[in-house]
Structure formats: C-alpha cells, structure tokens
Design a protein around this ligand. Sequence first.
Ligand SMILES: [Cu+2]
Length: 239
Amino acid sequence: MTKQRDTDDLDLSDDELIEVLKNHGMNRRTLMKVFGVGAAVSALGGTATASANRGARIDDVYGAPYAAGENVPSGLVDHVVGLHVHEGDIHEGFPVDPESGAEIPAEFFFDPVGLHVNPGDVVEFTVHDGLHTVTSFHPKYEGLPNRVPTSNAFTSPPVVDDDSWLYRFTKQGVYDINCLPHLGLGMVARIIVSGDGNVPSDTYGPLPIPNAGTVLGAPELTPANIVSEGSVAWADLTL
Ligand SMILES: [Cu+2]
C-alpha cells in the first residue's frame, strides 16, 4: 500500500508544529524564518512514494524509503538512526532563536548524532515524531556548503511518523547530514565512513549556521571521537 504525501500534508504538519511552539511564546514570523518551511520542502523537488524502491535496491541519490509496516529485507540494515522531536530540555539553552537569543523549547535531532560505519554499510533512518528529511550537505540543497566526500548530492523524501529511509554509505570520509525543515534548529548529524579504524580528516571547518554549527562543532563529533566511540548519543553531546 502506498501512502500519498502531498504538500498539503507537509504544510499541515509543520503548521501544527509551529502552533505548539507559538504556545510557548514564539512569534510566527520568527518561527517561519527559523523553520524555512516552504523553501525547504520545495527544494526537494516533489515527493516520493514508498513503492519507488523495492527489494534491496538502494539508490545512491534517493536511497530507499519504507512505509511503516513494510518489511525491510532482513540482513540489509547495519545501523539504525532515529529522528526525533522532543518538547522540553535535553540540553539547557539549546536551540536558540538567532534573532532574540531566546531558547526554543523543543529539540529536533538525530539519535545517535554521531555514527561510525564501514564502507558499504546501510543505515536505516527511522522517524519517531514529526516530519523530517535526511539530506546531504551539498550546494544542490538550499545552497548549503559541501560537507560530504561524494560528488553526488543525496536526500530522502520528506519522511513521516514511523516510516524510514535507507541509505548505503560507500565512500570513505566525513558525511555531514541535515534535516532541511529543521536545519536552523540544529537538526544535523555526522557519519564517518571508514574501514580498519581509519580516521578520515575533517577539512570542512566551522559551519556558519546557528544551532547546526553548534552541534557539528561539539567536541564529541570530531571524526576521531566518533571512530573511537562507534556512536555518539544526542543526550551525550556537549552543547
Ligand atoms: Cu527534522
């Protein structure tokens, strides 16, 4: 069965989220700016359906989306990353509204936020709350700086509650990924692809985006620490 996701669904979902945050005292104009809702969703160039990719085939640009209840082929997935929205504080003072400096009372995050995988490993990204994307840092998307070692940009479609998206990481290097609708709120993660405990060098430098730059600049997300730890939980991040 195919789930239809049109832009009306996307707007409704984000509107509901914005409504929650407005109730915490944020004004709508600031929220729209922070979320970048319309631009982020249109940048994906349409929607994908779960039936687009079947079996074990994982596209190197579009990955493989799976609807909740669909069986992912057994043995295909090597690692699982959750996508979450948490109302309330896990990290005090994060994320901030870049205009006012006030804390936004919800956190949007990947967990684990740092992950080491071997070349060829498949990561399943599973949405637990809300609507998110898994998108490479690449100029193709919103003119973002290039922070992946591959020449091809890759992204999931918008993924909603309990659905998931699979991607195979093949080339060694440091992959910075983000959720386009929540990039300004710091929803980013770092995946290190390397074999034999190699530590690829991170030549990207600081990321000049509020909240997202804070996360990727956290001491726990250096390539050396991620390779050494294997994975870094969101709650263990120093922000
Ligand atoms: Cu998100």
